[in-house]
Design a protein around this ligand. Structure first.
Ligand code: XMP
Length: 516
């Protein structure tokens, strides 16, 4: 196992993810963990991660001395390299100037870490494309160390003590912009630390099951199941771990996609034998939403109603001690800084069905440390259908934010049909996987059309399809005209209440992905 010491960088989790992608088990601990705990972990190698502080500042974080006396390989990244250099007798200089972004480092000496690596050759020197993000830099080496890479502005960009197997890189190997980052970590993990690549989805599941069982014992657990990927994976996992100790509450707000509610019940209750309480609350939601057309007010009503219903169901269940949530890493922490050994939350999730404030239950969040793609792989391994696990994201308020203005039952019904046609055609044309999110939007305006010899005066449906990596920015998907034509003609022909279909060609920013 590999130990990653966290100095508060937002990249720490990403390093962990890369390590796990390479099949090696790792644990993140705060930099100030007790030496006894560190020794008890018996890591095969240690990674000192980055951090926002300055090594030159008073009382800035340091690695425990044991890191350098255990006799295992150490890789310092960014702040981790600086503190390693400083703690072993080198010098770090602080600087107001930040070097941020793409850089080329020139390799200066043979080192096990950069074995057989080079992106470019210049004047017989090997160059690597890397991603830098730092202000301070190492200006003198500790004894026994050599410089292994440099840039014009950062002459000591990587260091090593080959004998002790201590390595430092000023750049970030964990980000994809560092082209050879994965190989660098592979060298460190598999060759230098001699770890074996055994950490597979099956192993991760075993580990999570053990931890859940330890946490909940023979007590009961409640889970809000939404049909989304994260809560579905938690349901499947907890069912496997604790069987009937798990009860799921599935609140159907009537703003789900076509057949979605039934599919959730079929998959979990019928096929897997999970105990699921379905609450059909469509009418209550519609009643409360009546007359409301402001997007934020609609979101609030949906969110609060959801919590009310969930709360009510939960109080009906006696002796439940734990509340499970499908929280995944990006939901919890956008950027974490180590303070008193704890990461603090910068951004909390705005999902429907947050934790009811009045509920005093301990949380079970088995996916808390995982990224979306890891959750998906685990979902497949747990036997969830591929199409379900790789589905586009769907907002908590559902069709509620895709019906512009006031929400009405017949609008929702029309939108569900149009959306189903769009998604079906996207899948058939092989475009579903090429887009990150695609859906139909109901516009409560009427437009004239002609069908046969008769004039039609009906509603407008807009189609939205985007490509994005992080959903913070997005490009509208350049769907083939033939595909759009087919979707449009099917929607207008099959849904008599629609007379016109439009395609949204706005990117984000300035437009958001959803229309409300
Ligand atoms: P926007 O519209 O902000 O959407 O560009 C970015 C991503 O967030 C989803 N989204 C939501 N998800 N509750 C959610 O759980 C919400 O209120 C909500 N609003 C937007 C949206 O679908 C897209 O994936």
């Amino acid at each position: 196992k590999i130990l990653i010491l966290d100095f508060g960088s937002q990249y720490t989790q990403l390093i962990a993810r890369r390590v796990r992608e390479l099949g090696v088990y790792c644990e993140i601990h705060a930099y100030d963990m007790k030496e006894a705990d560190l020794k008890a972990l018996a890591p095969k190698g240690i990674i000192l991660a980055g951090g926002p502080e300055s090594v030159t500042a008073n009382a800035s974080p340091r690695a425990p001395e044991a890191v350098f006396t255990l006799g295992v390989p150490v890789l310092g990244v960014c702040y981790g390299m600086q503190t390693m250099a400083e703690q072993l007798g080198g010098k770090v200089q602080s600087s107001d100037q930040r070097e941020f972004g793409y850089a080329q480092v020139q390799l200066e000496a043979e080192t096990a870490l950069f074995q057989d690596m080079s992106d470019h050759l210049k004047d017989g020197k090997k160059l690597l494309d890397v991603w830098m993000s730092h202000g301070d830099k190492v200006i003198s080496l500790p004894e026994g160390f050599q410089v292994t890479a440099s840039t014009p502005s950062c002459p000591i960009a990587a260091i090593s003590h080959e004998e002790k197997r201590f390595f430092g890189v000023q750049f970030h190997p964990e980000v994809t912009h560092t082209l050879q980052g994965k190989r660098l970590l592979e060298h460190f993990l598999l060759e230098i630390c001699a770890c074996q690549a055994l950490w597979t989805p099956a192993q991760i599941i075993e580990d999570m099951i053990t931890r859940v069982r330890e946490q909940v014992g023979n007590k009961k657990v409640l889970l809000g199941l939404s049909g989304g990927v994260d809560s579905s994976v938690v349901a499947a996992l907890l069912h496997k771990a604790i069987g009937d100790q798990l009860t799921c509450v599935f609140v159907d707000h009537g703003l789900l996609r076509k057949n979605e509610g039934n599919q959730v019940m079929e998959m979990f209750a019928d096929n897997m034998g999970v105990r699921v309480i379905r609450v059909d609350a469509a009418k209550l939601f519609l009643d409360r939403l009546k007359g409301e057309s402001d997007p934020e007010a609609k979101r609030k009503i949906i969110g609060n109603t959801f919590i009310d219903i969930f709360d009510e169901e939960a109080t009906k269940l006696t002796d439940v001690d734990f509340l499970a949530q499908g929280t995944i890493y990006p939901d919890v922490i956008e950027s974490a800084a180590v303070k008193d050994g704890k990461a603090h939350v910068i951004k909390s999730h705005h999902n429907v069905g947050g934790l009811p404030e009045t509920m005093r239950m301990e949380l079970v969040e088995p996916l808390r440390e995982l990224f979306k793609d890891e959750v998906r792989r685990i979902g497949v391994e747990l036997g969830l259908p591929h199409d379900m696990v790789y589905r586009h994201p769907f907002p908590g308020p559902g069709l509620g934010v895709r019906i512009l203005g006031e929400i009405k039952q017949d609008y929702a019904d029309i939108l569900r049909e149009a959306d189903a046609i769009f998604i079906e055609e996207l899948r058939a044309a092989g475009w579903y996987e090429k887009t990150s999110q695609a859906f139909a939007v109901f516009l409560p305006i009427k437009s004239v059309g002609v069908v046969g010899d008769t004039r039609r005066y009906e509603w407008v449906i807009a189609l939205r399809a985007v490509e994005t990596i992080d959903f913070m920015t997005a490009r509208w998907a350049h769907l083939p005209y033939e595909l759009l034509e087919k979707v449009s003609s099917r929607i207008i022909n099959e849904i008599p209440q629609v007379s016109r279909v439009a395609y949204d060609v706005s990117s984000k920013p300035p437009a958001t992905i959803e229309w409300e």
